[in-house]
Design a protein around this ligand. Structure first.
Ligand SMILES: [Cu+2]
Length: 345
């Protein structure tokens, strides 16, 4: 589903379904700006108590302003969904070109942070191929300050293509290019990311989804729409697909729609993702289908893991969807960071 086509008016109507009050009440407060550096638990613990001068009315107004901003932003930001890298077919090989550069990234609210990006966005564009495809990824390092290398996390590749500097290849120095070539064997949700000074490079943005569609779709549960949710806790703070609430994108679904969600954790912390009102059917871990899918409402996503779930949109409304380490999601100033919603109409 193309969420970009959803108008704000449609969304406001939907918000009404769930009874989110958006009266012209005092919205004097503003949502907290996303931090520009890697957050710590202490940073957010400090924000869990209001300023001594804040009244309950002030606090409520700040919380309401954040939610209002989220709703107002629907349809305005082109967002992450649909940011896909198109391959060039070269002699039967799907060839992708990825350029690393240093950019300023806005995780929301205009707080531009120093980031590193694949093709100018955080996360980088999704690379999607089909099981058995021959894949070539040409990586150019246009960064001025650091060498890099790319690891295809979740893919069984020839050893020389594994992307670990001084183990399988030299680092890709500033101005240099390295070409990765392999056959996509592992189906499901994988990632591509830096494997050089990775605690900085990945959390600053050198990351993206690498998805391999299965040839025989009957082996997966049926679904109508497909969303990737990349968790990170570096550039711009706690983010979902590179943005922090209220600048995160909703998933908008029709009643009865079966939504596939691919969680990928590229951060340094564990993030238990909790969905209100709709259960998550967990069916794949790190690309492999589970022998027995199971239901949950909160799914722990550890760094490096990918989990695939199906959510059936069986009840209309705006369903909050957030990390349940609560100081990754809410402060005395309102919700921030790893918060979004599934909107069922
Ligand atoms: Cu979290």
């Amino acid at each position: 589903m193309d969420v970009k086509t959803k108008s704000r008016r449609q969304f406001m109507k939907l918000a009404g379904i769930a009874g989110i009050g958006l009266g012209a009440a005092a919205c004097a407060g503003v949502a907290p700006a996303a931090p520009a550096v890697t957050p710590t638990h202490e940073d957010h613990a400090a924000a869990t108590t209001p300023e001594p001068s804040a009244t309950p009315v002030d606090m409520d107004a700040m919380h309401e302003a954040g939610v209002k901003k989220y709703l107002d932003n629907i349809g305005k930001d082109p967002g992450f969904y649909g940011n896909k890298l198109e391959p060039k077919m070269v002699d039967g090989v799907k060839e992708f070109t990825v350029t690393c550069s240093e950019i300023k990234w806005d995780a929301g609210g205009g707080a531009m942070a120093d980031a590193m990006a694949y093709n100018g966005t955080v996360p980088g564009p999704e690379i999607r191929v089909t099981e058995g495809d021959k894949v070539r990824v040409v990586v150019k390092n246009d960064m001025k300050a650091q060498s890099t290398a790319v690891h295809f996390h979740g893919q069984a590749v020839p050893n020389a293509m594994d992307g670990v500097p001084f183990v399988t290849q030299p680092p890709i120095k500033t101005g240099e290019t390295f070409t990765y070539e392999f056959t996509a064997k592992n189906v499901g949700s994988s990632m591509y990311h830096s494997h050089h000074n990775a605690a900085e490079q990945v959390t600053r943005g050198l990351l993206g989804a690498f998805i391999v569609d299965r040839k025989d779709k009957s082996k997966d549960p049926a679904y109508d729409s497909d969303y990737t949710l990349i968790l990170n806790d570096g550039v711009g703070g706690f983010t979902l697909n590179g943005k922090g609430f209220p600048y995160t994108q909703p998933i908008i679904a029709k009643l009865g729609e079966k939504i596939r969600i691919r969680y990928m954790n590229e951060g340094l912390m564990i993030h238990p993702m909790h969905l209100h009102g709709l259960e998550q059917l967990v069916f794949a871990a790190d690309g492999w289908n589970l022998p027995q899918p199971y239901f949950c409402d909160t799914l722990n996503i550890a760094p490096g893991q990918r989990w695939d779930v199906i959510v059936t949109a069986h009840t209309p409304g705006v369903w909050a969807f957030h990390c349940h380490i609560l100081n990754h999601a809410e402060s005395a100033h309102g919700m921030f960071g790893m918060v979004t919603a599934i909107v069922v109409k």
